[in-house]
Structure formats: structure tokens, C-alpha cells
Design a protein around this ligand. Structure first.
Ligand code: SAH
Length: 519
């Protein structure tokens, strides 16, 4: 495991932040990537767990709705036991670990057990919700105090609970865990002197694409919450500052807010594209339709690697081809020096970037990022006798290879990976289809189209799916999608994922939800 700033035998009570995995602290992320054991609670984001070391032990120890007692004892014992084994333990807790999250109790148990610990703060839900809903918690004109309180009281405690008068007087009041008891809480606040017309907002799933906000006044917020069927986790923000949301709701104004978009790229390649969509407010469903596996045999590539010096050109048609080619090159004890004198051609900017990241200069990137583009870029160049190596997917289009051979080149096509169908994410897509919530499916290659379509061959879902518009990265992918019965509504001018994201934003920005759907 990577060495770094972590102490063995220590428990780190780490705040995971409010939900968006980007909102964990740098220290928290660091520890997470180095922990031997990660113990999560119900609210700590699942996406964050991907940051943990693959070999780390992952234990889910969460309770929702506050079933305490025995569970908490078990978590305490678990943390202590793992730390005593000398492990670095990260106890990942939603928001900030000590705010309404029993972090204090866990620290006490650790102290009693003489286990060293560190508390790593997190962005608590109140701050996440306020930021993402466009509500500044204090403001020189409207509120100079803010109170964080919980609407859930320890049932064992028989006293009167919070000082409702004090809560009612707070400039801004944020109430955690109060959704189920909202009507009762509101009654008490009103009785304690809070004005009925105090602006109020309920924020559910703050900072996640699922975020919902219901706005009203303290008098009607409970009824509005019921009408909108707001369930936990949500929190209440009450105070004049809520009114500023009208101006400051930047998140709600993002062009893809409220849209659900399926990304079908292989998981290890999906991130930059998915992030570009998330950045514009979309809810992204990752449904990788294909997986990349090693080729059935490395022999053809190994033969080529053994005589790299004899090639005049090396053509990459995907960033995957690049990473897998170089991984094998390294395994075979060779490196970039063996490519001296070989011209490197990349199909597009992402592929070129992958090559250059390995310290090699790319000679040619065509103007049009597809096989035909490479053919065009080679122009009238005489290729007679030229020896060309093309490391790529086991099954791929042959336009490029045919064209090169027609011009007299000697082409070695060697498989560096193969694609297989994947059904990961199919369940989520199905659920979104049934709920009528899928706004767009994106395809970045023909093979993903075929494999995705195969997941939904028959039945109601297949019919529903064909009504969802599609965004295709380029003309070949679009043609495959049409052949599979999809309606292609978006295609970028240049065939990169950045431009695809841009084209999606332009297309969806001004069309009210649903209008892209075919009748
Ligand atoms: N330690 C956590 C709070 C745990 S208590 C923190 O600092 O945020 C759980 C309550 O937090 C929920 O009932 C809800 O009121 C609130 N909460 C947590 N995450 C939330 C989110 N993403 N959106 C809205 N409320 C959230």
C-alpha cells in the first residue's frame, strides 16, 4: 500500500461531505486512498468508495432513521478491533463526522479503548445544501446568526428537547433530520414566536444530481413538503436569507439541470465525459455497455514489438489502444526508445494526448477524427513499401486498413484489446425508463450502440428506449444507432467527447423537459 501521511493502528473519523464526491476534503481523500479498512455509514457517498484502495476492506455499517444502540456498539467494536490489528482505519461519515453523526460518541469509544484517532472535518449537509440551493446562511442585511439543530431527539431523553424560543429567534435556522416530524416542529416554532411568513426551504439530497428544493414559508412548508412527497434525507432552512435564492440559485440554472443522461462508454473511460455533463447539472446514469478485456492472444503484438524499428508509422485509433499498447511494450522490457524514427499518427485529440503523455510526439492528427480522416490526412503521400503498425480493438472497422493497403502500404493490424458486452447499469436504465425519466442516451462508438441495444431487445423497455433521443459522437456511430432503431438528435461538429457534451448542452438548453422525446 502507498506510504504517506497515515498512522497504522489509527482510526480516522473522516467527513465525507454532503454527497457530491467532489466535496470531501483533500486530507479525507488522501486517507481514503491509503486506508486498509474503510467503514462507511448510510449517507457517505458510494462514489467515494471508488477512491479507496482496491485491496482495502470495505465495511458498510450504516443505519438510516436513527436505529441506534446495538449497531453503534458493533461499529465501535469493529473500529477498535481493526485498529488493534495495526490497520489504518477510515470511518467515513456523511457530512461532518461530529455534527449530528455520533462522531463524538465514536471518538469517546476510541479513547476508552485507547485507540489513537484523528477527526477530519467535512462539509456538513447544511453548508452543502445552502451552497447548492443558493442560500447564503448569513448576510449583512438579513441574518447575523445561524443555528444548526436537529429535529430528531434522543427518545431516551425525557426533557423538553431544544429551546424552541432560542431556535425561533435565530437569524437563520437549519434543522437536520426533521422531515418526518416537520408539522410538529413547525407548530412549536410558531408557538415559540417565529413569524409565519418566515421564508423556508427544504433541501433533499443536497449537492447530488437528485437534489430537490421545496420553497415556501414556515407556515406552509410542511404542507408543501407533503405535496412534493419529500422524504429523508432533507433539511429545513428557515430565515430571510432563503429569499435570496431567487437571485442566487446558480445550480438550478445550469443548462442540464433536471435531465437524466445515460453514458454507455466503458467505465474506465467514462469519467471525463460524465463529469462534463455533471458540471452542467445533469444526472448521469453510468451504463457501460461494453467492457474492455485483453486480446485472446498477445502473440501478434509481441511479434510487432520485437521488430518495432522496421515500422515507418504507428497508427492509434483510440486512447485505449494507446494505453494497452504501451502497457504491453513495458511488460516486454521495451520502451519508447524502440520507437525511434517511427511516425506516430493519432485519430483525434484524446488519442494524441494519450500518446504525448508518454513522452512521444504525435506527427499527425487528422482534421476529421475518424478513420476516413486519417486516410485524408495522409493525402497523396506515397505509401508504397511503407510498413504501418495499427494496434487496436480485435474487431474494428476496416476502412482505414483497406485504404492503406490500396496505397501500397504493408499493414500489420494487431489486437491490443477486445470488447465484450456488459450489462452493468442495465437495472438503473430500466428503472429510469419506467419512470419516464431518461432524457438522452449517449453513444461514443458503434460497438456500444450494438451492445446497449442488445440489453433491451424486447418488451416494454425496448419500446420505451426507442423513444428516447440519442446523442452520437460521429457519423459512423450515428448510422449504427439509426440502424438499431434509435433517433439521433445530437451530433457534434467535431468528434470528441468535449464537443459531444457541448452539443448536448446547446440542444437541451432551451428545450423544456420532454420536448426532445418523439411522440
Ligand atoms: N453528519 C451529517 C449529518 C448526519 S444526520 C452532516 O454533517 O451533514 C443526517 C441528516 O443530515 C439527514 O436526516 C438530513 O437532515 C441531513 N442530511 C445529510 N445529508 C444530506 C443531504 N445530502 N441533503 C439534505 N440533507 C442531508
Amino acid at each position: 500500500m502507498t506510504p504517506g501521511r497515515r498512522r497504522a493502528g489509527t482510526v480516522y473519523l473522516v467527513g465525507a461531505g454532503p454527497g457530491d464526491p467532489g466535496l470531501i476534503t483533500a486530507r479525507g481523500r488522501d486517507l481514503l486512498s491509503r486506508a486498509d479498512v474503510v467503514i462507511t455509514d448510510a449517507l457517505a457517498s458510494r462514489d467515494l468508495l471508488r477512491l479507496a484502495h482496491p485491496a482495502a476492506e470495505r465495511i458498510h455499517a450504516g443505519k438510516r432513521g436513527g436505529r441506534a444502540g446495538a449497531d453503534q456498539e458493533a461499529v465501535n467494536r469493529l473500529m477498535i478491533e481493526r485498529a488493534r490489528r495495526g490497520h489504518c482505519v477510515v470511518r467515513l461519515k456523511g457530512g461532518d463526522p461530529t455534527l449530528f453523526g455520533r462522531g463524538g460518541e465514536e471518538a469517546e469509544a476510541l479513547r476508552r479503548g485507547r485507540v489513537p484517532f484523528e477527526i477530519v472535518p467535512g462539509v456538513t449537509a447544511a453548508l452543502g445544501a445552502a451552497a447548492r440551493a443558493g442560500i447564503p446562511l448569513t448576510h449583512r442585511r438579513y441574518a447575523s446568526t445561524v443555528t444548526f439543530a436537529t429535529g430528531h431527539l434522543d427518545p431516551a431523553r425525557r426533557d423538553a428537547g431544544p429551546d424552541w424560543e432560542a431556535l425561533a429567534r435565530s437569524g437563520t435556522l437549519v434543522l437536520y433530520m426533521g422531515v418526518k416530524r416537520l408539522a410538529g416542529i413547525v407548530r412549536r416554532l410558531l408557538a415559540a414566536g417565529m413569524k409565519g411568513e418566515t421564508p423556508a426551504a427544504l433541501v433533499r439530497w443536497a449537492t447530488l444530481p437528485e437534489q430537490e428544493v421545496v420553497e415556501g414559508t414556515i407556515r406552509d412548508i410542511a404542507a408543501r413538503s407533503r405535496a412534493a412527497r419529500i422524504e429523508p434525507p432533507a433539511l429545513l432552512i428557515a430565515g430571510k436569507v432563503v429569499r435570496l435564492r431567487r437571485w442566487l440559485d446558480w445550480y438550478g440554472r445550469l443548462p442540464l439541470r433536471g435531465r437524466t443522461i445515460a453514458v454507455t462508454r466503458p467505465r474506465d473511460q467514462a469519467a471525463p465525459f460524465a463529469e462534463a455533463l455533471l458540471d452542467q447539472g445533469a444526472r448521469v446514469l453510468l451504463a457501460p455497455a461494453i467492457d474492455l478485456l485483453p486480446p485472446r492472444s498477445w502473440a501478434p503484438l509481441d511479434r510487432a514489438i520485437a521488430r518495432l524499428g522496421r515500422y515507418n508509422a504507428l497508427i492509434f485509433t483510440s486512447a485505449n489502444g494507446v494505453s494497452r499498447f504501451f502497457a504491453r511494450l513495458h511488460e516486454k522490457g521495451a520502451d519508447v526508445r524502440d520507437l525511434k524514427g517511427v511516425e506516430v499518427i493519432a485519430i483525434g485529440p484524446a488519442t494524441a494526448a494519450a500518446v504525448e503523455a508518454r513522452g512521444l510526439r504525435v506527427g499527425t492528427v487528422p482534421e476529421e477524427f475518424r478513420a476516413e480522416g486519417i486516410v485524408k490526412a495522409l493525402g497523396r503521400r506515397d505509401l508504397r513499401g511503407a510498413r504501418v503498425l495499427v494496434p487496436r480493438a480485435a474487431v474494428a472497422r476496416d476502412v482505414l486498413i483497406r485504404a492503406l493497403r490500396n496505397r501500397g502500404a504493408e499493414v500489420d493490424v494487431v489486437p491490443v484489446y477486445r470488447t465484450v458486452a456488459s450489462r452493468e447499469g442495465a437495472a438503473e436504465i430500466r428503472a429510469a425508463l419506467r419512470a419516464g425519466r431518461l432524457d438522452l442516451v449517449t453513444f461514443t462508438s458503434s460497438s456500444t450502440v450494438a451492445s446497449f441495444a442488445a440489453m433491451f431487445r424486447a418488451g416494454r423497455e425496448a419500446r420505451l428506449l426507442k423513444r428516447v433521443p440519442v446523442a452520437a459522437i460521429g457519423p459512423i456511430t450515428a448510422a449504427t444507432a439509426r440502424r438499431e432503431g434509435f433517433r439521433v438528435a445530437v451530433m457534434p461538429r467535431s468528434y470528441t467527447v468535449d464537443d459531444l457534451a457541448g452539443a448536448i448542452v446547446r440542444r437541451l438548453r432551451n428545450s423544456p423537459s420532454g420536448t426532445l422525446r418523439a411522440k
